[in-house]
Write a protein that binds this ligand. Structure first.
Ligand SMILES: Nc1ncnc2c1ncn2[C@@H]1O[C@H](COP(=O)(O)OP(=O)(O)OP(=O)(O)O)[C@@H](O)[C@H]1O
Ligand SMILES: [Mg+2]
Length: 373
């Protein structure tokens, strides 16, 4: 089960949680490599917090095991696990200074170097100047960093972060994403970051586990998940996708297969086609589509129904003869833009498409995307 689990890796083996008749987490198998920045991503209610709480020891699994390296910690008490959690609510002690907040745990355990260690972490999160202030005198972002410092000072095997940036406004959130990533790289500890924000997961994580309704939907690095989603849910939840109903034509070469979509033959790389499937959704990301014939062998004609300029890029909605509207995003690189009502050709390269089993709902996950725009 725990195939290549290394020395300090976190391993979940068929980890399950049911509440009465409801199963919040179906048997979950996962290896989180030591020292990685790992994101658990999924819509509200998919079981992220429940999974985190089981790792922390705050929730008893219904079945399955949890391991860190060689040791099985499933039955270890929460306070005896070398695991710390940072929540969205900071839960700082308001009457204590920032420094005292950070060294509180170490002191209680009689650590003689508590103060030196706390100061070192405060430097890491760039709060050494406010060490003597009270948490209430700080901004939200600063308070979040105090909470982070308080967890980091224990040098946990695994640091769990449950939507730690959820309470911050968008701009601060973006700053803290970069900051958090820097801190993780500097300390080299394993971070498991829970979020329902796909952009946040993609910017920060080395690996992302996408969860849907208590199950692991797909695991991979951000680029692979984005370029080669294996389900319509992932295709829609991580960015936008155009999905064309198509049927696989027999034959093809080692590299390319043709599919027939709305009376047009289109090419897709064989490696992006699941084996043994005939009816597919042919997916293409909006920025992979080009206006004009220069983008590749796949060409469709349509009418521009919407143009939306956003500075760096322009988003077009191009209506196909069968009524479907394709979303095309073009960088504003100085080339001429298409106008409303214009008939245009939309083209793309075979390797930019991906095919998914058509038995899935094409809209899966789309309504769950929480965009901040
Ligand atoms: N103590 C409990 N008793 C019963 N059901 C629970 C309990 N805790 C969680 N659940 C249910 O389990 C499911 C998963 O909850 P969980 O909190 O893990 O979701 P989440 O992915 O963290 O969602 P969010 O993004 O909203 O925080 C939800 O349907 C929730 O209602
Ligand atoms: Mg949650």
């Amino acid at each position: 089960m725990s195939k290549q689990q290394g020395k300090g890796d976190l391993g979940l083996v068929a980890l399950t949680k049911s509440f009465a008749t409801f199963t919040a987490v179906h048997p979950l198998d996962l290896v989180v490599p030591q020292g990685s920045f790992f994101a658990l991503l999924g819509p509200s209610g998919c079981g992220k917090t429940t999974t985190l709480r089981m790792i922390a020891g705050l929730e008893e699994p219904t079945s399955g095991r949890i391991r860190i390296g060689d040791s099985d910690i499933t039955d270890t008490k929460a306070y005896q696990r070398n695991v710390n959690t940072v929540f969205q609510s900071y839960a700082l002690f308001p009457h204590m200074s920032v420094l005292d907040n950070v060294m509180f745990g170490l002191r209680r355990r009689g650590d003689k170097d508590a103060k030196a260690k706390a100061k070192e972490v405060l430097e890491l999160v760039q709060l050494e100047q406010v060490a003597s202030k009270k948490p209430t005198q700080l901004s939200g972002g600063m308070q979040q960093r105090v909470a982070l410092a308080r967890a980091l000072v224990n040098r946990p095997d695994v640091l769990l972060l449950d939507e730690p940036l959820g309470a911050l406004d968008l701009k601060l959130r973006r700053q803290m994403q970069i900051e958090l990533k820097r801190i993780q790289q500097e300390v080299g500890l394993t971070f498991i970051h829970v979020t329902h924000d796909q952009e946040e997961a993609m910017t920060m994580a080395d690996s992302i586990a996408v969860m849907n309704a208590g199950r692991l939907e797909q695991l991979g690095d951000p680029a692979t998940l984005y370029e080669q989603p294996r389900s319509t849910f992932v295709a829609n939840f991580l960015g936008q996708s155009n999905l064309l109903r198509a049927t696989v034509n027999p034959g093809g070469t080692d590299h390319v297969v043709t599919v027939r979509a709305h009376d047009t033959d289109l090419e897709v790389s064989r490696e992006h086609l699941p084996e043994g499937v005939r009816d597919v959704w042919l997916g293409v990301r909006p920025e992979k589509l080009r206006l004009g014939e220069g983008g590749g062998p796949n060409q469709l004609r349509g009418i521009v129904r919407d143009v939306s300029f956003s500075g760096v890029a322009t988003q077009y909605s191009v209506q196909m003869p069968w009524g479907q509207e394709l979303i095309v995003v073009q960088q504003n690189d100085g080339t001429a833009r298409a106008v409303l009502g214009e008939t245009v050709t939309v083209s793309w390269a075979a390797q930019h498409g991906f095919a998914l089993d058509a038995s899935q709902d094409a809209e899966a996950g789309a309504e769950l995307v929480d965009d901040h725009g």
